[in-house]
Design a protein around this ligand. Sequence first.
Ligand SMILES: *[C@@H]1O[C@H](CO)[C@@H](O)[C@H](O)[C@H]1NC(C)=O
Length: 183
Amino acid sequence: MAAGAAAPGLFFTFAAMVLLIFASVSAPTWNSISFLNADSIHFGVFGYTGSSTNVGYYFPGNLGDSRINGTLFHNFTEVLILVPIAAGLSGIALLFGLCGFAYHRAGTVFMTLVSALAFLTTLVVWVIEMVLFGVARSHMRSRGIDANWGNANWLVLGALVSLFFAFFASACGIFGSYRRRTY
Ligand SMILES: *[C@@H]1O[C@H](CO)[C@@H](O)[C@H](O)[C@H]1NC(C)=O
C-alpha cells in the first residue's frame, strides 16, 4: 500500500458517487427513485413516470399550475442535470484519489480540488431541487393532490455530506506519508 493517507477521501468520494448515480437514474428510468411523488406520478432528474427522458420538463396535467409550469421552475428542472454532473465530478475525484493512493501525493491534491468542486455543484443542485419540489409539493397539496417527498432528496443530501467529509479527508490526506514503491 503506497499511501493509506488517501484512503478516507477515497471512501467518501466513492460513497458520494454511488448516491449521485442512484439519484441520476431516478424516474422515468427507475421509478422507485424520485424527488416528489404525486398521484402515483414519480418525478426524477430527467422526467417523470411515463414521460420520455428529457433535460427539463413541465408538470403534467392537473399536477402543474401556471406558477410551477412557469419559466423559473422550468429552468430549475433543467438545472437537475447537475446531479449526474456532480456524479461525474465525484468519479473524477475518485480516479485522482486512486492515483494518490497508488502513486503520488499530487493525485490526492487533485482529489481534494475536484471533490470541492463536486461538493459545490451538489450544494447548488440540492438547494435548487428542494425549492423546486418544495414549492411544487405545496402548490399540489393546496389543490388537494396527495404530493409527498421522494427518496432522491436524501440521496443527494447524503452525497453532499459525504463530499464534505471527502474534501476534509483528502485535504488531510495530502499531508500523509507518500513513499515511492521500491521493487
Ligand atoms: C403544464 O405543462 C404540461 C405539459 O406541457 C401540461 O400538460 C399541463 O396541462 C400544464 N399545466 C398548466 C396549468 O399549464
